[in-house]
Ligand binder design. Sequence first.
Ligand code: CUK
Ligand code: CUA
Length: 866
Amino acid sequence: MATRLSKLLSLVVSTSIAATVASAAVGGELQKIMKARGLTEKDVIHAAKTYTPSGGRDEFIVFSSGGQSGQIIVYGVPTMRILKYIAVFTPEPWQGYGYDEDSKKVLREGNIRGREINWGDTHHPGLSEKDGKYDGKWLVINDKANPRVAVIDLKDFETKQIVVNPVFKSEHGGAFFTPNSEYILEACQYAAPFDNNYHPIEEYKETYRGGVTFWKFDPKKGRIKPKDSFVLELPPYMQDLSDAGKGASYGWGFTNSFNTEMYTGGIEVGMPPFEAGCSRNDTDFLHVYNWQKLAKLAKNKKNYKMINGIKVIPMSVAVANNALFLIPEPKSPHGVDVSPDGEYITVCGKLDTHASVYKWSKIKKLIKNHEYAGKDPYGIPILDMKKSLHGQVELGLGPLHNQYSNVDGEIYTSLYVDSQIVKWNYKKLKVLDKVNVHYNVGHLCGMEGKSADPQGKYIISLNKLAIDRFDPVGPLHPQNHQLIDVSGKKMDLLVDMPLPLGEPHQAVAIRASKLHPEVRYKMGTNTKTGKPHIGKTLAGQERIVRKGKNVYVYATLVRSHINPERITVNKGDTVTIYLTNLERAQDETHGFTVDNFDIHASLEPGETAELKFKADIEGVFPYYCTEFCSALHLEMMGYLMVKDPNKKYVSAQKLKMKKMSKAELKAEYDKTVAVNAATDAVIQSVVKFLKANHYEKYPTVKALVEDALDQYGKIPEQKKKSDAAVKAGDYEKAVLFENMIWQYMVKTADVGIRAKDLLVKKVATKQSPAAEAGERAFGEGGCGGCHVIGKVSSGPDLTGVLLRHENAEKWVKDFVMDPASKYNDPYVKSMIDYFNLKMPNQHMNEKEVKNIIEYLKWVDENANLF
Ligand code: CUK
Ligand code: CUA
């Protein structure tokens, strides 16, 4: 159902595209808004291209690195709405990541040399591939600061594994999948010794090394296998970005570099800084290597050395096996990007105004014929640059990164210094278009723009500086992602999105239709391993077990209680709480914390998590559910009581309070039972309606009904307890159990009525646009405050109102527009007496009233449903 605004917007779009109707034709209300907000027609078109009505979905999902936040940011295109932050290398409190034992285990896989690292600098997210196309299963990302790679499962968007590179001290050129997710490439950045010892910087060329690590990936299980992974040793050139070959160049990998000068800085000893020494040469080297061949070499002991527990293939072995080559590339390059067919490799040089396009068939020929231009100091064959090049194009200042589109030969490149995106053709070597961005763009993100199947449509410019784009929020500004429509001949910048969470380096986008996340886990799942949790607890299995100084609590959570509700331990005990969320309903997450103990878990439906802490201070500590999960969420709590076993406690003098008599208790019990019976009657009528209208045919309705029946199914057990209490003469307890029954009934009715409303919409006759507008006017005009369709409320039920009066349409219209004129009409008079209320003038216009009448006609047509 489109809103009024979006309808008007689409009107503007169609008129301006047709360019036949002047803007005078635009609806008056829209024009008013445009004027008040100072919007041009172009602005409104941009709004229409990115706006999505409530409940609408995006076409693409973007995974952006969170940079210094150590996380990943997920957002939608074209709306640029942020959907999630994925916790990766850094604790994340909402999701309990790093605050419960299971996620701590994942986070601690990232310890380096036995030390906790709680920080990360995420740079390059990579999506798993099948035949070079995204399969929507796994996401990986690297940490530049602490050489690590993490794996995220796209079934639940949670981090499952972190691996530490045991020989690199820094890395940057990862994480990039090979075309069938066989390996994840991770290239070094700042060269350093592979061992963990001190080596003087004067021995840089001899003892410092760069490299590329090939992490073996199991695409079925979605885990890296460190034992089957290996490193290719490279000279201490600062390796930078990488890309895996595909199609024609399948089996090969490409990594560029800067500082092939091997400069080592030294401002403090009077040397020029790194920036001067690293940019001395006109060219650096593109590393070209055959990973398929290297993988075979890594199977034989004689080809590798073990360093810090990982296989390292020396350069000499790679060279002897024709698996490693160098090609000169322009000064201080940055991005290297292989075309969708694998035939062209585009390299950008930060300090060169050109992009260089290499041709794979030319490189292959040179390799095949052993035609080398020379060797580098480490004996690696160098291929001639000119003979490898397809050509070069002058793009502008500071070209950095590239993305491909669905149009053959079309490529987009970011220009850092010029603050522009340039569209050009890498086959014809021709610049096509440029657009200004704000400001200093780093990476850019096309839709599946680095896969073998780029989608075109949009480019996102990931800018490094925002400067004047947003309301100032202090000296630190948000990052600015700008969405650009690239579907036309000219690029069209649509919208800015501020990102207030670290500096996102690269982003990858995938069609939303390729992602299929789960709604719930199998009951009792350890979400970090995907296996049943050792603490899995089903309803009725809740218990507290003591083993010496260890207390184990097996707890469950379901709307709206935590079981158990009282936990008493001794000061000094170690407490382990296993929590299982018993819910099956969509989005019904419960959170859990014990006040003052720095622990938190987020439990999605079916999840079990483990919390552990030492009860090292005496006192009473409430624990509670931290997600507002239901009307009685505040009641979802309990007490942890920590006693000092060495202390004597004196009981408090009991307060004397008036107690209810047995007769009073019995009366309260009878009243509660009667309320329950009445509520149950409502539920039964809803159930009857749902069944009669075949709710099971509509999956969304069915899911709600199942959730409702799940709640309803919990009633008999409570009833048994209530009856037993009555039998024992304990009406106090019986009332409490009857109240619990009422709680379950309220939850059942709540979901059941939502299901009914949804079903009514599905089975009713289709509303005409006028009736639709009428229903909206009915709601917005406040009619619903007194009139409930199908029910007598504080005003009469309007079902059948058009049958009750002669010449009814006119009668209703006159009455709504001027109610006072009919206050003396005998029928209206009797109504005023009955409801003790007069119909007020809601000041509706004639059009609105006409629409409301259409809506009431629709109500009459479907009267049997209300
Ligand atoms: S890098 Cu940041 S702009 Cu780390 Cu991929 Cu190029
Ligand atoms: Cu569960 Cu709040």
